[in-house]
Structures are given as C-alpha cells and as structure tokens.
Write a protein that binds this ligand. Structure first.
Ligand code: F6P
Length: 369
C-alpha cells in the first residue's frame, strides 16, 4: 500500500545538524505517545547520514525512558549528511554528489509513513526538499542560535543562554578581583540572540552582535569611562559573528563537506587584544564554544521540547505533512516548513531586549542606537 494513502503506522525520527540540550526530550515526546497510539518508531542514526546509508534502530518504550534530562541525542547527529550535498571520497579527493534517491529508497524500504526531522534551518531546508520528493515530513525546530523566524523560540536556546549567563557570573568575580576587562565569545553564527540574551542575564557591560556592527573607539571609550567612574572591571559579551563597521566576521575554517561550510571564531581574542593595546587595561578572553551545546536542558527547554515532540506526533497522525511545530506566544502551532526556512530571525536594533539593555547602560559598541 502506498504510504501516503494508508493511516500512519510507522514513524521515523532523526536529529540533524549541531546537537543541543532538549533533543532527547523531543525524541521522548515523540516516541512515548506514538507507542501509546500503537505506532512503531524507527530512530535514524546520525541525522540524514543514517537516512542515506540506511542506519536506524527500533525505538521501544524502554529506550526513551530516563532521557528527559540528558543532553545530546541518543540517535547521534551530523552536519555533514546532507543527501543533496553528500561528500564522497575519491582517489582525487572529495567530490559532492546527490544521494537523495538513496534517502528516499531507505524511507520506502523502512516502510515509513512519516519522518519527524528535528533540527535547525539546514535540517528544515533538507526536509523541505525531501518532502518535495514525496516523503511525508514533520519538522521540530531546534537550535541554540534561535534564528528560525517561524517560531518565537527554538528549544536549546534557553539552555545555551543559561550557560552564558552562568559563565558571566563567574567571570564577574575574577574580573573584579583583578581589575580586568573580560571578553567572552558566545556562539550564534549569523544571529546575536545567545550573546544578547546571555549578556543581559549575566550583566555584561558591552554586548557585540552581528546585527549591530561595532566601532572600536566606542568600545575603548566605554571601558575607560567605567574605569574612571571607579568601576575597575568590564565584561564584554561578543557573539562569534560580531564584526566591526565595514568589516567582516572572522572565519576560522571552511569545510565544504558541511551543510554550512563556515566555522566562525576568534572575535573575543581580537577584541581583548585591541582593548589592551588601545586602553592599557589588562584583558583576558574566554571562548565558551561547545559548552553552550552540552549538558542538561533547562526546565524551560524540557517543557518546550516535550510540547514540541508531542505536538509533532499529533501532526503526523493527522497527516499534516510538510509542517513544522512552532511556538507562537504561549501556544504550540504549526507552520509550513517552506515558510519556516524563508527568512532567518535576526536581532533587530529596535528589539525590546536591545532597548532594555541600553536603558541599563549596556553598550552595543556603537553610537547609532
Ligand atoms: O548552529 C549551532 C552552532 O552551535 C552555532 O552557534 C555554531 O556556529 C555552530 O553550530 C558550530 O558548529 P560545529 O559544532 O560544527 O563546530
């Protein structure tokens, strides 16, 4: 029987792209009700890599017990498994090929009625293309970056913000003891949400984000002014994508095998070194890196992930395919996946959070706000 016409009996679930806290809570939120509905659940391993290469494991009720609070993903994940951009090793090096037909073949061989794809913008773009090839897809929005326009929040973001906030609390005490300027580098790629929200929560004095290019002089003046006021330390929270006016983001590495080939990094070191050279103040920098993606999800993320997972299975059963669950206000709704990937959600300079931070004296490194 054509999987499109029969009632939903078997679902596949995968976690794609970079991991984040809350993935296991979503898998649990999908699988537990699915079992109650009498459906069988196939966990696809390592994101789309497993879909292309045919690697999966049956997920039974016992497999999803006790995983609510655990970080990472029991299924594994990858940001190199794009079926439409598949790196294949040859004698002459690596070539990029299209393996989407293999993905479709495995979907059919596994007898799946629907695939629940948990991931960020890259995963949703791939899911959208697979859906155009005939797969039934339901999406769940994940990313610490919080840069998906169609949902008020992605799960994982709150946990990353918690890590930044806690790190800033710790840096405050040592910055204060040594009268230093401490610069922290937060993740977030092209969006500044983690640095902005983490910076506000952790009481940063300067927040630098990609959406608001900074001026070096404004940064130097801000830390010097604080120093003259008797505030002997300053905390700078910089997003990895922050850049000076007229400048570019710092690209650390390019790897064409990845869905997004660019790895960012290095801004905190540069900011710390320039502040030292231009103000004479002692500086140190800390790159938080993957600490922001590891560990247990916050209660907010556990709740959101559970709501997302259970709503995704409802959509699947109602055969509302090609849709992604989304938080709108306090409710979980759904949007078309193609709508979800149409536009990236970036910080607007007039965002309430930017205004609130400015009102309590935070500098965004510019006179323009
Ligand atoms: O998209 C999530 C994210 O953590 C970004 O904030 C960061 O730029 C990127 O992934 C890092 O990717 P990787 O784990 O491949 O280094």
């Amino acid at each position: 029987m054509n999987a499109r016409n029969r009632s939903v009996k078997r679902i596949g679930v995968l976690t794609g792209g970079g991991d984040c806290p809350g993935l296991n809570a979503v898998i649990r939120g999908v699988a537990k009700p699915a079992h109650d509905y009498g459906l069988s659940v196939l966990g696809i391993l390592d994101g789309f890599e497993g879909l292309v290469t045919g690697r999966g494991m049956e997920l039974y009720n016992r497999d999803v017990s006790g995983i609510l609070a655990s970080g990472g993903t029991i299924l594994g994940s990858s940001n190199k498994g794009d079926p439409f951009h598949w790196p294949e090793g040859t004698n002459g090096g690596t070539i990029i090929v299209d393996k989407s037909k293999d993905a479709l073949r495995n979907y059919e061989a596994w007898d799946l009625d629907v695939l629940i794809a948990i991931g960020g913008d890259g995963t949703m773009s791939i899911a959208n293309r697979l859906s155009q090839m005939g797969m039934n897809i339901v999406g769940v929005p994940k990313t610490i970056d919080n840069d998906l326009q169609a949902t008020d929040q992605t799960f994982g973001h709150d946990s990353a913000v918690f890590v930044v906030s806690e790190a800033l609390d710790r840096l405050h005490t040592t910055a204060s003891s040594h009268h230093r300027v401490m610069v922290i580098e937060a993740m977030g790629r092209y969006a500044g949400w983690i640095a902005l929200n983490g910076g506000i929560a952790g009481g940063a004095d300067i927040i630098l984000i990609p959406e608001i290019p900074f001026e070096w002089e404004v940064i130097y003046n801000h830390v010097l002014k604080r120093n003259m006021m008797g505030k002997k330390f300053s905390i700078v929270c910089a997003a990895e994508g922050a850049k000076p006016k007229g400048g570019e983001m710092i690209v650390k590495k390019i790897d064409e095998k990845r869905t997004d080939p660019i790895t960012l990094g290095g801004i905190a070191e540069l900011v710390a070194s320039n502040i030292h050279e231009n103000t004479g103040l002692e500086t140190r920098y800390t790159v938080l890196g993957h600490l922001q993606r590891g560990g247990s999800p916050t209660p907010f993320d556990r709740i959101l992930s559970t709501k997302f997972g259970t709503s995704a299975i409802e959509l699947a059963i109602k055969k509302k395919f090609g849709r992604m669950v989304a938080l709108k206000g306090t409710e979980i709704k759904s949007v078309k996946i193609e709508e979800a990937i149409a536009r990236q959600k970036l910080v607007q300079p007039n965002d309430q959070a930017v205004k609130a931070a400015s009102a309590v004296g935070v500098s965004f490194g510019t006179k323009d706000l």
